[in-house]
Ligand binder design. Structure first.
Ligand code: NAG
Ligand code: NAG
Ligand code: NAG
Ligand code: NAG
Ligand code: NAG
Ligand code: NAG
Ligand code: NAG
Ligand code: NAG
Length: 219
C-alpha cells in the first residue's frame, strides 16, 4: 500500500509540470512598424543592405510629405506605416528585420493597386522575404493604370506557418537589389508583422483582442 502511494506521488510529480505546459495556447501578436513588440520589447530594425552608414532605407510614411504613396492612416494598423521606394538597381536595397519567438510569421502591408501614369516608384511592388537568413520568396505586384491612386490595406505580403517553435527572424527587402532587371522601380509599404506564439491560456484574450490599453505584457 505504501509503495502504491509512493508510486501515485511519483506519477503526480512527473505529470504536474506537463499539465502546467498544457495550459499554453497559441495567439497572434502584432508588431507595429513604429512600435516595439508589446510582449518582448523587440524593435524592427530598418536599414540599407550593404550600406551600414546609411541607416534610412524605410522611412515613416505617415510623416512623409514628399512620398508618392499617401495612404489613409485611419485604414492602417495603429495609424502608421513604413515606406521605401527604389528606382535603380544597386546593392542599397532598403530592408526591415525583426526577431520573434513563435511558429508562424505574417508580413502585412499596403499595396498600390491602381495609379495614374507616374514617374514616381508607385506602380510596382517588389518585396523579397527571408526567414532566418534563407530566401523564402517574394511579393510582386504591378498596379493597374487608373484615374486615381487606390490602395489595398491589410494585405498579407508574406506568410509562413510551419516554423519549428522557437526564436526566428524575418527580413523584408524592397526591390530587386543587384538583380539585373529591366524595371527596378518598386514601392514597399510595411504596416506590421504578426507572429504566432505561445501564451498562458488565461492571457490569450488580452492579446488577440483589439487595442489593449492595460496589457500586462506591455512595457
Ligand atoms: C493568426 O492569424 C492568421 C491570419 O489571420 C490566422 O490564419 C491564424 O489562425 C491566426 N492564429 C492564431 C493562433 O490565432
Ligand atoms: C501604437 O502607437 C503608440 C504610439 O503612437 C504606441 O505607444 C503603441 O504601443 C502602439 N500600439 C501597438 C499595438 O503597437
Ligand atoms: C552609403 O550611404 C551614404 C549616405 O547616403 C552615402 O554617402 C554613401 O556613398 C553610401 N555608400 C555606398 C558604398 O554607396
Ligand atoms: C486594417 O486593419 C486595421 C487593424 O485591424 C484596422 O484598424 C483597419 O480598419 C483595417 N483597414 C481596412 C481597410 O480594413
Ligand atoms: C511606372 O513607374 C516608372 C517610374 O518608377 C515609370 O518609368 C513608368 O512610366 C510607370 N508606368 C506607368 C504606366 O505609369
Ligand atoms: C514627374 O512629373 C511631375 C508632373 O507630373 C513633374 O513635375 C516632375 O518634374 C517629374 N519628375 C521627373 C523626375 O521627371
Ligand atoms: C537571423 O537568423 C539567422 C539564422 O539563425 C542568423 O544567421 C542571423 O544573424 C539572424 N539575423 C538577425 C538580424 O538576428
Ligand atoms: C514549410 O512549407 C514550405 C512549403 O509550404 C516548405 O518549402 C518548407 O520547407 C516548410 N518548412 C518546414 C520547416 O517544414
Amino acid at each position: 500500500m505504501l509503495s502504491f502511494m509512493r508510486m501515485l506521488l511519483f506519477v503526480f510529480l512527473i505529470i504536474s509540470p506537463l499539465s502546467t505546459y498544457s495550459s499554453f495556447t497559441l495567439a497572434n501578436v502584432s508588431i507595429d512598424d513604429s512600435a516595439p513588440d508589446p510582449r518582448t520589447g523587440a524593435r524592427i530594425t530598418y536599414g540599407k543592405i550593404d550600406n551600414t552608414t546609411n541607416g534610412v532605407g524605410f522611412i515613416e510614411g505617415q510623416n512623409c510629405q514628399k512620398c508618392g504613396a499617401q495612404p489613409d492612416p485611419s485604414q492602417t494598423f495603429n495609424r502608421t506605416w513604413h515606406a521605401a521606394s527604389v528606382k535603380s538597381n544597386g546593392n542599397e536595397s532598403p530592408f526591415a528585420t525583426v526577431s520573434f519567438t513563435g511558429s508562424a510569421i505574417y508580413v502585412m502591408g499596403i499595396v498600390v493597386s491602381s495609379t495614374p501614369a507616374t514617374n514616381m516608384s508607385l506602380n510596382n511592388s517588389k518585396i523579397f522575404f527571408q526567414v532566418d537568413g534563407m530566401d523564402q520568396g517574394s511579393f510582386l505586384y504591378k498596379a493597374s493604370l487608373g484615374p486615381e491612386i487606390i490602395y489595398s490595406y491589410n494585405m498579407t505580403l508574406f506568410a509562413t506557418e510551419n516554423l519549428s517553435y522557437g526564436l526566428h527572424n524575418v527580413t523584408i527587402t524592397c526591390g530587386d537589389g543587384a538583380l539585373p532587371q529591366r524595371d527596378p522601380n518598386s514601392v514597399c509599404l510595411l504596416d506590421r508583422f504578426i507572429y504566432t506564439t505561445r501564451v498562458d491560456s488565461e492571457d490569450s484574450s488580452s492579446i488577440s483582442g483589439g487595442p489593449q490599453p492595460s496589457n500586462k505584457f506591455l512595457f
